[in-house]
Design a protein around this ligand. Structure first.
Ligand SMILES: *[C@@H]1O[C@H](CO)[C@@H](O)[C@H](O)[C@H]1NC(C)=O
Ligand SMILES: *[C@@H]1O[C@H](CO)[C@@H](O)[C@H](O)[C@H]1NC(C)=O
Ligand SMILES: *[C@@H]1O[C@H](CO)[C@@H](O)[C@H](O)[C@H]1NC(C)=O
Ligand SMILES: *[C@@H]1O[C@H](CO)[C@@H](O)[C@H](O)[C@H]1NC(C)=O
Length: 319
């Protein structure tokens, strides 16, 4: 009985969904000039890549430097028009369950859907951000490389000058149990974006607070990518604009902060014991902290200690 009512409602819902997909890119250009809806074509010999997470913070970016903005917040046509006026690309975020993309048909339809969305929104490519666990000898291992190859082919073919990038951990050494074909993926896309942050996601030694991106650890990661045969020109360095706030079980005289053991993907301790805190919050609080801004010489990174409540200390580790 209820079905009779549901059918027209369903059809009404499907039609508007299908219509834009059928005429991808045919919608009215939202920019002040039609030319601003054209994808960016020229390539530069460097990249300054930004992840935009929403609101209007993009109005404060240094647009003389930026080459690509990956939209991880809500799509904003005003941002797209502005970026294009500055010659910067605006790209989609791509994430999909790796179990699903083992099926080549599913993979093809996922890619087609992303290309259509990019065209509809006058965008210039896609940043693939898959941070899922993959076993070295699994079907997902090969499917992931195929996904990147096919996505790049399709985007480059359908949107001239478009860019396809893939996000990788700070090191290729199976961080967070991500056994990916790094050389295959690097060869298949335009750039690897190296996430040189969350470098304490798996702590194998002492369970103590450490920097989000210690200097040596960061450099070791790049050197390992390059040693695999990946060209440094394919690597974009990602730096964090946030730190971690750890509650110390105890804090030693020389500022060693023992943290709670929170296991992650096989490691006994991790940065999951802390909370991520944005740069602007850190900068507001550092001066009123117990220690003021300090510098960890080994990690080449800033930190400070503050009192959360009588008897409890916490440490912000930046980096
Ligand atoms: C990685 O991917 C490349 C390109 O698809 C392929 O030639 C290579 O055999 C793959 N490597 C492994 C270890 O599977
Ligand atoms: C500090 O806490 C850690 C972890 O609970 C413990 O192993 C260590 O003995 C403590 N040190 C002091 C000085 O209390
Ligand atoms: C914190 O202290 C530094 C150095 O004294 C100063 O330059 C900065 O303006 C202060 N920041 C705030 C938010 O008070
Ligand atoms: C960092 O790396 C340099 C060069 O490899 C080395 O000399 C130095 O001891 C390292 N520092 C730390 C704290 O590991």
């Amino acid at each position: 009985m209820a079905l009779r009512w549901d059918l027209p409602a369903l059809t009404a819902l499907l039609l508007p969904l299908l219509a834009p997909a059928l005429s991808a890119g045919a919608g009215a250009c939202p920019c002040s000039e039609a030319a601003l809806c054209r994808p960016v074509r020229h390539r530069r010999d460097f990249e300054v890549f930004v992840f935009d997470v929403g609101q209007k913070t993009w109005k404060y970016y240094d647009w003389s430097q930026i080459t690509t903005v990956a939209v991880f917040g809500k799509y904003d046509s005003e941002l797209m028009c502005y970026a294009h006026s500055k010659g910067a690309r605006v790209v989609l975020k791509g994430d999909v369950s790796l179990k699903d993309i083992i099926d080549p048909t599913f993979r093809a339809s996922w890619i087609a859907q992303k290309v259509n969305l990019a065209k509809m929104q006058y965008m210039d490519g896609i940043n693939i951000d898959i941070e899922q666990e993959v076993d070295c000898l699994s079907p997902e291992y090969e499917a992931l490389t195929a996904l990147v190859e096919e996505t790049t082919q399709r985007f480059h073919h359908e949107i001239q000058g478009s860019q396809v990038t893939f996000d990788v951990a700070w090191s290729p050494k199976n961080i967070d149990k991500r056994c990916y074909n790094y050389t295959g993926i690097a060869g298949a896309c335009d750039f690897l974006f190296v996430m040189s942050y969350d470098e304490q996601s798996q702590i194998w030694s002492e369970c103590i607070a450490a920097a989000n991106a210690p200097y040596n650890q960061t450099l070791t990661g790049y050197s390992d990518y390059i040693k695999m045969g990946i060209s440094p020109k394919k690597l974009i360095m990602g730096v964090p604009w946030y730190g971690y706030d750890y509650t110390c079980l105890n804090l030693s005289q020389d500022d060693v902060c023992n943290i709670e053991k929170v296991p992650f993907r096989g490691a006994p301790c991790s940065d999951a014991a802390g909370l991520q805190v944005p740069y602007k919050v850190i900068m507001k609080q550092v001066n009123s902290s117990v220690s003021g801004s300090q510098w960890n010489k080994d990690q080449q990174a800033p930190y400070y200690n503050y009192q959360t409540e009588p008897g409890t200390m916490a440490q912000y580790s930046g980096g």
